[in-house]
Write a protein that binds this ligand. Sequence first.
Ligand code: PDD
Length: 286
Amino acid sequence: MTRQIFLNGVFLPEDQAHIPVMDRGLLFADAIYEVTALLDGRMIDNDLHLARLERSLTEIGIPLPIPLDQIRDMQIELARRHSLTDGTIYMQVSRGVEERNFIPSAGLTPTFLAFTQPKKLYGTPAQENGVAVALMPDPRWTRRDIKTVMLLGQVLVKQQAKADGFDDVWMYEDGCITEGGSSTAFIITAEGTIVTRPNSSAILPGCTRQAVMTLAKETGLTLQERAIRVDELHAASEAFLTSASSLVQPVVRLGPHVIGDGTPGPMTRRLQDIYITAARQGERIV
Ligand code: PDD
């Protein structure tokens, strides 16, 4: 099936979906986005993604274009039209269209678009073998809790990481890891404690992070929310990252450090299993 685009209330073939040049998303990155994963025809953690979509919009004063239950219906329709069972559903809301001017007029109509992206998320080489992650200074602004499309910082560090022979990147600031280039960072200490940074304006409050932490607690695993120091990474027994599109992703190298024996560790494997099992209990929509 070919991809359909949802744009401002209408489903369109990709070559008929157009956005005006004066859209503030294009000119100012005055827009937010969300990504929900689809696995075996089921949306994963979608309620968390919809809640964060609403929160991001509220933080920058863009109205919700349509109610959340209608957004959910639209996501389902989009996936069905594409017959997409595995991949992601991307959504973006910009403040709207008007003559270029830093200060927007009140009452603009938001531009709301969404599309599907087929992608194998589970059983991939990265899921099976883990990834090598570069460490780089965090180049971003200070409101990283808002899921804005202003992603140039991440584009540049990810590009550099790839050029340096890594699969992905974790960023740091003041001697501590903030988060991954498009993911939440976790380590597991030698004592078996799962550690991740607490939510604040320094990081995006990851939906996968929240779901994994809830499942880990229910399973009786030990969790600690604190900053991860760059100088403690070498002593981590395991590491992983989470995001809608990478689920629970083992990390086997962090900068110069090989983590554990260089293969995904047992607790990471367990968290992958727990997360996938929970995801497969969701309602099938495609
Ligand atoms: N990115 N931190 C950053 C900077 C991210 O861009 C993402 C997700 C996350 C993880 O959030 P979640 O678990 O809710 O996906 C953390 C998406 C997948 C992207 O940009 O494609």
